[in-house]
Ligand binder design. Structure first.
Ligand SMILES: O=P(O)(O)OC[C@H]1O[C@H](OP(=O)(O)OP(=O)(O)O)[C@H](O)[C@@H]1O
Ligand code: HPA
Length: 215
């Protein structure tokens, strides 16, 4: 703490930041079995591994020299990936406009309902622009096929799709992502934005919730 800040804290003019203990769990680096609210989460992709992929995806996007780039993050699941990827794009000297579209097809379940619902649309006109749609995961493909088709229908010049994860062999709609961080095993994953019945989105890593009796 600087001398000035120390003086201000002692005079009660500002609040001291709470001390952070060094022994807090480094969950992002744990190999397995992180406990969250009584459930065990096995770490599949650590914070470091994710950061490496995000940086790689940003490099690939920059290499495509997009024109008038508009990044559209598909909420809710992509919020953490979007925040990290946008900062990585900035480090690559890109200055995209950013939009958010909220789509939903899973509700509180772990299987796609088959119907994609637009909960919130974007406000920006995409006609003639290079669009990068980003999402956390590509599974049945219904969500991203819907989003991509909508942007093409609205006249985007080019539409690329970047996902942190894809599950192969699960596609129910015709779509492949242009940029993929990890090819993911066929397990329901949580964390880094992704939820199971609204829980676990805050985790900084991607993991799998252990079934009862998994040890
Ligand atoms: O390829 P798909 O089978 O369509 O699955 C992928 C989509 O499912 C999840 O969203 P969800 O509908 O659960 O909404 P959320 O982002 O609000 O969690 C996820 O964030 C993707 O958008
Ligand atoms: O494995 C998953 N986890 C969370 N959300 C998802 N949406 C599609 N697949 C998944």
């Amino acid at each position: 703490m600087s001398a000035l800040r120390e003086k201000m804290v002692s005079e009660g003019r500002v609040l001291a930041a709470p001390a952070v203990s060094d022994d807090r769990p480094r969950v992002g680096h744990a190999a397995a079995g992180v406990s969250m609210s009584g459930r065990k989460i096995d770490v599949l992709y650590s914070e470091d591994a994710i950061a490496g992929k995000v940086d790689w995806i940003a490099g690939e996007v920059a290499g495509r020299a997009p024109r008038r780039l508009l990044v559209i993050a598909i909420l809710k699941g992509s919020f953490m990936f979007a925040a990290d990827l946008l900062r990585a794009l900035h480090r690559r000297d890109l200055a995209p406009e950013v939009e958010f579209m909220m789509l939903s097809s899973y509700g509180t379940g772990t299987v796609s309902s088959g119907t994609v619902r637009v909960v919130r649309d974007i406000d920006t006109d995409v006609a003639g622009r290079d669009v990068l749609i980003i999402d956390d995961i590509l599974e049945s493909g219904r969500t991203l096929a819907f989003a991509r088709a909508l942007m093409i229908e609205r006249g985007a010049a080019r539409v690329d799709v970047a996902v942190l994860l894809e599950k192969p062999g699960k596609r129910k709609a015709e779509i492949e992502a242009d940029l993929v961080g990890f090819v993911c095993p066929d397990k329901f994953v949580v964390g880094y934005g992704m939820d199971a019945a609204h829980a676990y989105r805050e985790l900084p890593f991607v993991g799998v919730v252990r079934e009862d009796g998994d040890g």
